[in-house]
Write a protein that binds this ligand. Structure first.
Ligand SMILES: O=P(O)(O)OC[C@H]1O[C@H](O[C@H]2O[C@H](CO)[C@@H](O)[C@H](O)[C@H]2O)[C@H](O)[C@@H](O)[C@@H]1O
Length: 263
């Protein structure tokens, strides 16, 4: 782990944009955390930078715990390759979507049981992602321990289908096999990501699997904020991510023009 802090100048000096592909976590990286998931937004400077990357043919993907439809809503009108639900669903570079196979009946039963169990915890917020569930306690910190116990109980009883994914003020029940590391690895085997140096920015425990994969590929892993991490570099905040991206755009603008005017 490196505690080195990186300025936008250092970052752009270190990267050859024409050889990189970029992977971004969403909450806590592209967007500030908010009291509730539906209050989140991505700053316009960040959206503009991502759109510019896409327009320049620099591969960019979002790798999030959110569902693809939610990622698309937050980036609209931009639509990027993306992994949702911690890698359980993925829109590839060619637009095709693949999902981990789940048993809808099992998930329906789990959903009904979770809704019933959450009635005992009025301050908790149950986010239903169809193939995964998030038990949020940001509005009720006292519920951390009871919700951890509840999540562990469900995961233990449905170990063939679910895995526990702790996060920031949340315990998530994600489909077994869902991993941001596996999602990034899969992107790296496909165009337009194939053969490029991966760069991954993330802030939370779910991102650590991605950092490991990116490190193994000789890429650049960047942790946002404090805390133990496998990432090799660090930025302090979501605002710094936005500034870092804007700094990279300067590199694009400095690139020599590849065409000439007719005389
Ligand atoms: O992988 P990410 O893109 O970072 O998504 C992780 C989870 O983010 C959301 O929850 C977190 O952000 C909320 C809004 O800022 C916050 O209120 C909550 O406490 C955080 O845990 C989202 O709701 C989850 O579905 C994502 O898995």
């Amino acid at each position: 782990m490196s505690l080195m802090s990186m300025t936008d100048h250092d970052a752009k000096d270190a990267l050859d944009l024409q050889r990189c592909s970029f992977f971004f976590d969403l909450d806590g990286t592209l967007a500030e955390l908010q009291p509730r998931p539906e209050q989140v937004f991505i700053p316009s400077a960040t959206l503009l930078a991502l759109a510019r990357f896409q327009a320049e043919g620099i591969p960019v993907a979002v790798v999030s715990g959110r569902q693809l439809q939610d990622i698309d809503r937050l980036l609209a009108p931009l639509q990027l390759p993306a992994a949702g639900v911690h890698g359980a669903e993925r829109r590839h570079g060619d637009g095709q979507i693949s999902r981990l196979a789940i048993d809808p009946q099992v998930f329906q039963e789990i959903q009904e049981a979770l809704i019933a169990a959450c009635r005992n915890y009025p301050g908790a917020y149950l986010e239903n992602k169809g193939m995964a569930f998030a038990l949020h306690y940001r509005q009720a910190p006292d519920l951390q321990e009871p919700l951890r116990a509840l999540a562990e109980d469900f995961v233990n009883r449905h170990a063939d289908h679910l895995m526990l994914q702790p996060g920031k003020c949340v315990y998530e029940l994600k489909p077994r096999g869902a991993s941001k590391g596996e999602a990034i690895k899969a992107f790296m085997q496909e165009l337009p990501f194939l053969g490029r140096q991966p760069v991954f920015l993330g802030d939370d425990l779910t991102d650590e699997a991605g950092f490991k994969v990116v490190n193994q590929c000789g890429g650049l892993s960047i942790k946002i904020g404090s805390g133990e991490t496998e990432a090799c570099q660090r930025l302090d905040s979501v605002a710094d991510v936005s500034k870092w991206l804007t700094g990279l755009l300067v590199l694009l603008d400095e690139r020599p023009l590849s065409f000439s005017y007719k005389k």
